[in-house]
Ligand binder design. Structure first.
Ligand SMILES: Cc1cc2nc3c(=O)[nH]c(=O)nc-3n(C[C@H](O)[C@H](O)[C@H](O)COP(=O)(O)OP(=O)(O)OC[C@H]3O[C@@H](n4cnc5c(N)ncnc54)[C@H](O)[C@@H]3O)c2cc1C
Length: 490
C-alpha cells in the first residue's frame, strides 16, 4: 500500500470546495492538497436548500453561524411545504422538528392516532414547533427548547466562502481544464493533465467534476445504477428572481402536471426551478411553465439541466473517490445532495487512508454510501408514488409504478401497524417518514397497544401537554427576517 501524501481534488463546485475545506481543516496537517477547477466550465449553480446535518459540518469547520449567514446570504429553513402532491389543492409540511413526544415503545403518532379515533386530536402538524413557526414566518434560537433547522444558501457564494477557508488552510488552487487522466499500470490514476500542459500528480484523487464524472466514469469506467424506473424526472430548468417579500423559513415544493417546482427564498433573491420528465413535457413547455409560476423579475436566464437519477456502482474505485454529482444524483426533492457530499466526506475522514488504501476500507465505504443512497431514494420515491393524483399521464405513471421492495415493506408496515423503524444509515428519522406518509394520505389503520394503558382523559391531557410545549415555544419566537438581521448583524 502506498501512503497518501498528495490529494488532488478535481472540480471546484460545492463538492470540490466542501472537500477541500474539510480535508484541509481536519486531516490536512501532513497532506499536500491541490484543487483543479475550470472557470470556463463553471459550476452547476443550483443546490441551495439543505437539511439539518449541514450544522454538523459547519461545526467541524468551526464556522461562526452569523458569518456563514452573511457570506452565503442564507436564510433559515424549518422544512418543506409540499403543495399539490397528494392531490390538487392539498398542502402539508415536512418539517425538521419533532412532532410531539411519544414513549420508548411508540412514537407520538401512535398516541395521536388514537386521539383521532376518539375525536380530541388536533391536526398532526399542530404538535410540531418548527412546523407552526414555519407557517407563522418565525424563527429564533431558544434557550429552553431545541429548534431543528437547516439553511437556504446561495450556492455560488457558498463555494466562494469555502474556497476562502480552504486556501487559508493551505489548499493550492489550480485554474485549468483537465483534458486527460493519466493512468498507472496498476489501474490507479497517476495524474491529471491540463490543457495548458501542466501535469498534476497525486496519491488519492477526489472526483468532484459534476455529472460527467471525468475520473470515476470517463477514466475508470465505474458504471452507474440507473433509478429512472422509479424516479422518472430527468430535466430541470432553473432561474433566479428578485424577492418580492421577506423570505419565508421553508422551501416550497409545488407539484405540477409532469414534475414539480422549487422556490428557495434567500436574503437577496429567490431560487426557482422546475424538475420534470422529458417524456411528458418539452423543454420549452417547462420553461414557459416556470415563467408563469414565478413571481418577481428574473435576474438570470432560465438554465436547462439534464440528469439521470442513480448512483455510481462504486463511490470509491481504485484511488479515486467520487463526491458530489459525479457520484450520482437522487433529484433535489428533499434537498439531500449537499448532505450526501458531507456524508461521503465524514466517512472519508473517519476512514482516511493515510497509510494506503486497503480494499476492506474501500468496500466498507462503498457499502455505507450505497445503503444511505438507497434509503434516500426510497424516501423520494414515496412522495411520487403515494399520491391520489390521476389528472395527468405522469401522475398515473407514478401512482401505479412498481416500487422498490424495501419501500413497499415500509409502507405496508406503517399502514398496518403505524410502525416506522429508523434503519442503519437512514438520514431521515422516524418523524420524517411519518410526516410524509401521513401528508401523502397514508394514515395507519391502528396504533401500538401501549397507548391503551392511558384512559381517555389521560390521553387527552397528554396531547394537550404536547401542544402546550409548542405554544410556549411559539410565544418566544421572533419574526424570521428580523432575527436574521439582528443575529447576522446585517
Ligand atoms: C436541478 C438541481 C437542483 C438541486 N437542488 C439541490 C438542493 O436544493 N439541495 C442540495 O443539497 N442539492 C441540490 N442539488 C445538487 C447540488 O447542486 C450539487 O450536489 C452540488 O452543487 C455539488 O455539485 P458538484 O460540485 O458535484 O458539481 P458542479 O457544481 O457541476 O461542479 C463541477 C466542477 O468541476 C469542474 N470541472 C468539470 N470538468 C472539468 C474539467 N474538464 N477540468 C477542470 N474542471 C472541471 C467544474 O468547473 C466545476 O468546478 C441540485 C441539483 C440539481 C441538478
Amino acid at each position: 500500500m502506498q501512503a497518501i501524501k498528495k490529494v488532488v481534488i478535481a472540480g471546484g463546485g460545492t463538492a470540490g470546495w466542501m472537500t477541500a475545506a474539510a480535508l484541509s481543516k481536519l486531516v490536512g496537517q501532513k497532506l499536500d492538497i491541490t484543487l483543479v477547477e475550470s472557470e470556463a466550465i463553471g459550476t452547476i449553480g443550483v443546490g441551495e436548500a439543505t437539511i439539518p446535518s449541514i450544522l454538523t459540518i459547519n461545526r467541524l469547520l468551526q464556522i461562526p453561524e452569523p458569518e456563514f449567514l452573511r457570506e452565503t446570504k442564507a436564510t433559515f429553513k424549518l422544512g418543506i411545504a409540499f403543495e399539490n402532491w397528494r392531490k390538487l389543492g392539498h398542502r402539508y409540511i415536512h418539517s425538521f422538528g419533532d412532532t410531539g413526544s411519544g414513549c420508548w415503545a411508540a412514537g407520538f403518532h401512535h398516541f395521536w392516532r388514537r386521539g383521532l379515533n376518539e375525536g380530541y386530536a388536533k391536526p398532526y402538524g399542530d404538535y410540531c414547533l418548527e412546523l407552526k413557526a414555519a407557517e407563522a414566518n418565525r424563527f429564533g434560537l431558544l434557550s429552553q427548547q431545541k429548534v431543528n433547522y437547516a439553511y437556504h444558501l446561495d450556492a455560488t457564494l457558498y463555494a466562494a466562502y469555502l474556497r476562502k477557508l480552504s486556501e487559508r488552510a493551505g489548499v493550492k488552487r489550480v485554474e485549468g481544464m483537465i483534458d486527460h487522466v493519466v493512468m498507472a499500470d496498476t489501474g490507479d490514476i497517476q495524474s491529471l493533465r491540463l490543457a495548458d500542459g501542466q501535469n498534476i500528480e497525486g496519491d488519492l484523487f477526489i472526483d468532484c467534476t459534476g455529472f460527467r464524472g471525468l475520473l470515476v466514469e470517463d477514466a475508470l469506467k465505474t458504471g452507474y445504477d440507473d433509478w429512472s424506473e422509479w424516479l422518472p424526472c430527468n430535466r430541470a430548468v432553473a432561474m433566479q428572481t428578485e424577492s418580492q417579500a421577506d423570505p419565508i423559513p421553508y422551501t416550497r415544493s409545488i407539484a405540477h402536471g409532469s414534475g414539480w417546482q422549487w422556490r428557495i427564498p434567500l436574503q437577496h433573491r429567490v431560487g426557482n426551478g422546475l424538475v420534470y420528465c422529458s417524456d411528458y413535457l418539452s423543454d420549452d413547455e417547462a420553461t414557459a411553465l416556470l415563467h408563469r409560476h414565478t413571481t418577481g423579475a428574473p435576474t438570470t436566464d432560465p438554465r436547462l439541466i439534464r440528469f439521470q437519477t442513480g448512483q455510481r456502482k462504486q463511490y470509491w474505485n481504485k484511488n479515486c473517490i467520487a463526491i458530489g454529482l459525479s457520484s450520482g444524483f437522487i433529484e433535489p426533492l428533499e434537498s439531500t445532495s449537499i448532505h450526501f457530499i458531507q456524508n461521503g466526506l465524514l466517512w472519508l475522514l473517519l476512514m482516511f487512508p493515510s497509510q494506503g488504501i486497503a480494499a476492506s476500507v474501500r468496500d466498507e465505504y462503498n457499502a455505507k454510501l450505497r445503503r444511505e443512497a438507497e434509503h434516500i431514494r426510497d424516501f423520494i420515491v414515496l412522495h411520487y408514488h403515494l399520491t391520489e393524483r390521476d389528472d395527468t399521464e405522469f401522475w398515473n405513471h407514478c401512482r401505479t409504478m412498481t416500487i422498490p421492495d424495501t419501500l413497499k415493506h415500509r409502507m405496508e408496515l406503517f399502514r398496518e401497524t403505524g410502525t416506522v423503524y429508523k434503519l442503519q444509515d437512514d438520514v431521515f428519522a422516524e418523524n420524517s417518514w411519518v410526516q410524509v406518509m401521513m401528508g401523502q394520505g397514508l394514515i395507519p389503520e391502528t396504533y401500538h397497544p401501549i397507548v391503551d394503558q392511558m384512559s381517555g382523559p389521560e390521553l387527552s391531557q397528554f396531547l394537550a401537554k404536547n401542544m402546550e410545549r409548542v405554544d410556549q415555544g411559539m410565544a418566544q419566537l421572533p419574526d424570521h427576517t428580523a432575527f436574521i438581521q439582528r443575529y447576522a448583524h446585517l
